[in-house]
Design a protein around this ligand. Structure first.
Ligand code: ADP
Ligand code: MG
Length: 498
């Protein structure tokens, strides 16, 4: 049975066409994947279904009736729940208070209801039992916050559950519990819409697939009949066959040592890390999630005053105890958590892009014209979809906002670029654009890169060498020809060769 049918939905925002005739059908007890490049209209359609936006044209048929929900509360009351791409939690409240917040069955604002607590415990147990429901949300990791957001939507027993990129912030184990819960919900008849940029996740969990390009449908698949063909899916998303990756020109073309790190230690977090990074080299950092990779990136960028390390850049000793030291020597970090660290969202794309560059200008005159040209180039390089340089960043889609955060750091005098999961949550087309730019800079200008990616496919494709971390230290180094999925898994889990 169809739970939902969205037919020929159109939506404009000022001059930007977000949806130009998009349709989506969801069936009882089935998980429908919604795929498409950044800016293709997935979140907009999801929000229209959830009552957050009104469509300009088209029809929403829910449980057999045409509906016009005026706001998310009305949609929620009728069983449509949505987990938004940007979190909507109240940081000062506890986990369980957030889960029940706004649920009318809790009689207004009085949240000291035991049954509300019970309900939160029940759902959190399934999703992430380690989470303390009495903890304040501001103390949580991004993954845990996402878990709370999901719990909040699920606790209202929706008939239609919309999950807009829920896994981008989750750790692997959290993704596994979410998938288990999604399966359980589907088994009780709930229809689920699932958006993610990780294709293999979508292929693994979904029963049906709808693909958008430029605000309209380009393909529908039903995996009970159609084969799960990744190449085909990529083709529909990008409109072109995926480039077969950029040929690895690899380490022998890399030059002298640019950055030498000896005995880097940071409390119990990082232990005795030593390596050399050559000019033009792309050095990967891999391993299981949470083995100190992000901390190593932060340490190299001078974020920990207590770090102990003998470091040299181009043969000169350098202290890694201050960010300004690192920046002075051209060591630039693109942070991993863009939601939290990245943007002034009320300000224009232009202001955000030029922000770090202004800080580095030696004289006080801001070369406006030159910076605008540079920004236009960055917009081109990253295929950033925006109505212009002067619109607020908040009007961009989630993925395009992430491109702005990355774009801020492009075009600076960079000797060592530290990339912490740069492609997380951005679509395949943008990912390719970004990496070809970075590899171009490395090969033509000798920029050195240290890349931490949670997706090992990116490490396999782009790195000249790969350091594998385990419990805060480097346990193995893989050379170009050794960087394979199997070797990465073995090294990450410290499995010895027979
Ligand atoms: P997706 O979720 O597929 O990445 P979105 O639905 O977020 O895409 O965005 C579709 C298009 O609509 C993008 O070009 C985006 O910039 C634009 N858009 C989305 N929301 C707004 C808004 N509130 N104001 C202006 N433009 C918007
Ligand atoms: Mg989106």
């Amino acid at each position: 049975m169809n739970i939902l049918e969205a037919k020929n939905i159109k939506k404009n925002f000022g001059g930007v066409v977000a949806l130009s005739g998009a349709s989506l059908t969801c069936h009882e007890g089935r998980i429908t994947g919604l795929l498409g490049a950044n800016g293709s209209g997935k979140s907009t359609l999801s929000k229209i279904i959830a009552g957050a936006y009104a469509p300009d044209a088209g029809e929403i048929v829910y449980l057999g009736k045409t509906v016009h929900y005026k706001n998310p509360y009305e949609a929620k009351r009728h069983g449509i729940g949505m987990v938004y791409q940007n979190l909507s939690l109240v940081p000062e409240l506890t986990v369980w208070q957030n889960i029940v917040l706004g649920d009318e069955r809790n009689h207004g604002y009085f949240l000291d209801d035991d049954s509300a607590r019970e309900k939160s415990i029940h759902i959190i147990k399934k999703l992430w039992p380690k989470l303390n429901i009495e903890g304040r949300v501001y103390e949580l990791t991004p993954g845990e916050m996402q878990v709370v957001e999901i719990a909040k939507a699920v606790s209202r027993n929706p008939k239609l559950l919309i999950l807009d990129e829920p896994t981008a912030a989750l750790e692997e184990a959290q993704v596994a519990s979410l998938f288990k819960l999604m399966r359980e919900l589907a088994a009780t008849g709930v229809a689920i819409i699932f958006t993610s940029h990780r294709l293999w996740e979508v292929v693994e969990i979904c029963d049906d697939l709808t693909i958008f390009r430029n605000g309209e449908n380009v393909a529908e698949m039903d995996f009970s009949k159609d084969e799960k063909n990744l190449q085909k899916i990529i083709f529909y998303i990008t409109g072109s066959q995926e480039e077969a990756g950029i040929a690895k020109t690899c380490a022998e073309t890399c030059g002298d040592v640019r950055l030498s790190i000896r005995n880097l230690n940071l409390g119990a977090t990082l232990k005795d890390i030593s390596f050399d990074l050559k000019k033009g080299e792309i050095l990967g950092i891999g391993g299981l999630a949470g083995q100190g990779q992000q901390e190593l990136m932060l340490a190299l960028a001078g974020n920990f005053r207590k770090v102990a390390c003998e470091a040299e850049i181009d043969g000169q000793p350098i202290r890694l105890t201050k960010p300004s030291n690192a920046i002075k020597h051209g060591i630039m970090l693109v942070p991993g958590d863009r939601q939290l660290e990245g943007l002034f969202s009320a300000h224009s794309v232009f202001s955000n892009l030029i922000f770090p560059k202004i800080g580095l200008e030696k004289n006080f005159v801001i070369p406006h014209g030159k910076l605008r040209k540079e920004c236009e180039q960055i917009v081109g390089i990253l295929a950033l979809k925006t109505a212009g340089l002067d619109v607020p960043v908040s009007t961009l889609s989630g993925g395009n906002q992430q491109k702005v955060v990355i774009g801020k750091w492009l075009g600076l005098e960079t000797n060592v670029l530290l990339l912490s999961d740069p492609a997380k949550g951005i679509d395949i087309g943008a990912k390719n654009d970004l990496y070809s730019y970075i590899i171009g800079e490395a090969r033509s200008k000798g920029m050195s890169v240290i890349l931490y990616a949670s997706d090992s496919k990116e490490l396999i494709e782009y790195c000249d060498r790969l350091l594998i971390m385990y419990e805060g230290t480097v346990v193995s180094t893989l050379d170009t020809e050794e960087i394979t999925e199997e070797n990465i898994i073995r090294a990450s889990m410290c499995i010895e060769d027979e």
